[in-house]
Design a protein around this ligand. Structure first.
Ligand code: SF4
Ligand code: SF4
Length: 182
């Protein structure tokens, strides 16, 4: 907004148009199938609730055993154990890679370089949030505005110490929601 630009999610706008102008509820969505393993990568319009395993099978299956399955994109996605879950309204894409393709990251202590702070689009202090969760100082989560995090993944991507900052933040949010629900 500061520079007069608004970025909108095209899929969300299309769904709003369908709902408001045609009375059509959100019953399907475009899902991207990618990564090195799917035989039929591409964009597919799928009903919400479609089992992921059925979806992958119908696109031709996999070239071999899956080593890592990611629900979402490379920056914001979360690893999944298997394909035994359905397409939800939040499933933007599924990435499937072979064994050994994703190298494990050796997570180390924060060196306070400040890279995560300088890159955060929400003006947060990601290093503090990850430390708060790691050392279970949960009463400080609100103080550092954890709920303002949009989980873009930029901080984790930049961190030279390989810290899983977004995963810590997700854990912190889950703890906050659970504690505030009582
Ligand atoms: S980028 Fe990583 S090492 Fe640097 S301050 Fe942030 S969490 Fe710490
Ligand atoms: S994931 Fe959250 S804390 Fe990290 S850069 Fe994005 S908005 Fe900031």
């Amino acid at each position: 907004m500061d520079i007069g630009v608004v970025v909108q999610n095209v899929g969300a706008l299309a769904a709003i148009n369908a709902a408001v102008r045609r009375g059509r509820p959100f019953i399907d969505r475009v899902v991207t199938l990618g990564g090195s393993m799917p035989k039929g990568p591409g964009n597919y319009l799928l009903p919400i609730g479609t089992p992921l395993s059925h979806f992958v099978e119908k696109t031709g299956g996999l070239k071999g055993p899956a080593g890592r399955i990611i629900n979402g994109g490379p920056m914001m996605g979360a690893a999944m154990a298997d394909l035994e879950s359905p397409i939800t309204k939040g499933t933007s894409g599924i990435l499937i890679f072979g064994p050994g393709e994703i190298k494990p990251v050796n997570q180390r202590a924060c060196i306070r370089c400040g890279k995560c702070v300088s890159i955060c689009p929400a003006s947060l202090m990601p290093h503090m949030l990850s430390n708060i969760v790691e050392f279970q100082l949960f009463d400080k989560l609100r103080e550092y505005s954890i709920t303002d995090c949009i989980e873009c993944g930029c901080c984790s991507f930049e961190c030279p110490a390989g810290r899983n900052i977004v995963q810590f933040i997700r854990q912190g949010k889950a703890h906050l929601w659970a504690s505030e629900r009582g």
